[in-house]
Design a protein around this ligand. Structure first.
Ligand code: SF4
Length: 372
């Protein structure tokens, strides 16, 4: 993958720079519209998420199905429009680019999808699937094209004679290698891996994870690794963000997060990780109920309906997402400062008072109407 891939973007000077900066990103989907096309309600799939990813590292994004992790990944690549917020790639706001500028940037920001079968055209041979966009974007001169595709395939554990075969002739693991080769062929800097191993057998998962790590080291790639499998995320990620109902509830370096989870939701998720020791005692925290609808999320802390440590203020006031320990962020009232507690308790008391008042006023109106 010599010349082109040797233009690796991670050099000693650039390693550790912020390649992706996400600021207060929101993505709402209208649930229904009125006669004039105005939205009547929204599913708040991503509701104000902020994080940064350092060049040459992997950030894991975890959470239950429907928490907004895939929507975050797709929105930050501008595969769909945002509702608000900012996404900077190498300091450039992706949403400020014109169509032509975005087209030129596309090869540098790639995605690998969960289902390697449906993301490959069944009518094209593998060589064409990998090479189509290489030609379109002029990644290498035409005379080097064939050789380049062969080298990319080899780097991803595929053989040259696979070029003329079709996707249905491959196993799930090989198909995912083809998807990775297709992304890698465009010489990207940043790849969103959206549940790339969830559809694969455990032994094949390990092969793909190892391949992703090897390619990262060789070509200085940066990944956003989306998964609900915490063991896989722990293995591959440098930092991890935990999402719940469209919000980032905790973020830290992987070692720190797994050793010292702060948020009750993270603790519950981690308590479900199987321990490969038959004598080990599992202290599993069972989360009651299912994840609430993002179209009608609970007030205050969105997790309060399932949290075993819920306090009165949690029901009315949204916790601040802030740095609790150096580099370790969480959004939970358990870690409030005394000043914050005083502020939120006063707010919660006021909301409770207002609610009481509204109920009693409603009762009075009811009584008057009945008397009439
Ligand atoms: Fe639980 Fe309250 Fe923390 Fe939310 S803010 S996670 S309800 S303790």
């Amino acid at each position: 993958m010599a010349e082109v891939m040797n233009e690796t973007k991670t050099t000693p000077e650039t390693a550790g720079d912020d390649i992706i900066v996400v600021k207060d990103l929101k993505k709402y989907f209208p649930t229904a519209t009125n006669f004039f096309g105005k939205a009547l309600g929204y599913v708040k799939a991503v509701d104000g998420v902020s994080f940064t990813i350092k060049r040459g590292t992997t950030m894991g994004l975890v959470g239950e199905s429907g928490c907004g992790k895939s929507t975050t990944g797709r929105t930050l690549l501008r595969l769909q429009d945002k509702t608000s917020g900012e996404v900077l790639f190498n300091g450039v706001d992706i949403f400020s680019l014109s169509k032509e500028e975005l087209r030129k940037m596309r090869p540098r920001i790639q995605i690998v999808f969960q289902d390697p079968f449906s993301s490959l055209s069944p009518r094209l041979p593998i060589g064409e699937i990998i090479g189509e966009a290489v030609r379109e974007h002029g990644i290498v001169p035409p005379e080097e094209y064939d050789d380049y595709i062969s080298r990319i395939m080899k780097a991803c554990g595929l053989q040259e004679y696979h070029k003329d075969r079709y996707p249905h002739e491959f196993s799930g693991g090989q198909r995912q290698r083809i998807c990775i080769a297709r992304a890698l062929a465009l010489n990207p800097e940043f790849i969103v891996c959206d549940e790339p191993v969830s559809a694969l057998d455990v032994s094949i998962q390990a092969q793909i994870i190892n391949l992703l790590r090897e390619l990262q080291q060789e070509f200085g790639l940066t990944y956003l690794f989306i998964s609900h499998d915490l063991s896989v995320v722990e293995h591959i990620s440098d930092t991890v963000g935990v999402m719940y109902l469209g919000n980032m509830v905790e973020y830290a370096e992987t070692d720190e997060l797994f050793a010292n989870p702060l948020h009750p939701y993270t603790k519950a998720l981690f308590s479900a990780i199987p321990i490969p020791d038959p004598d080990a005692q599992m202290n599993r925290i069972i989360l009651e109920g299912s994840i609430p609808s993002p179209a009608n999320p609970p007030s205050g802390c969105k997790f309060h309906t399932r949290c075993s440590e819920c306090m009165e203020m949690c029901k009315h006031c949204q916790p601040e997402y802030r740095e609790i320990n150096p580099g370790h962020f969480a959004a939970c009232h358990l870690y409030n400062t005394p000043e914050m507690n005083a502020k939120f308790e006063a707010e919660a008391a006021k909301v409770a008072e207002d609610k009481k008042k509204a109920v009693s006023e409603g009762k009075q109106v009811e009584a008057v109407e009945k008397a009439k």
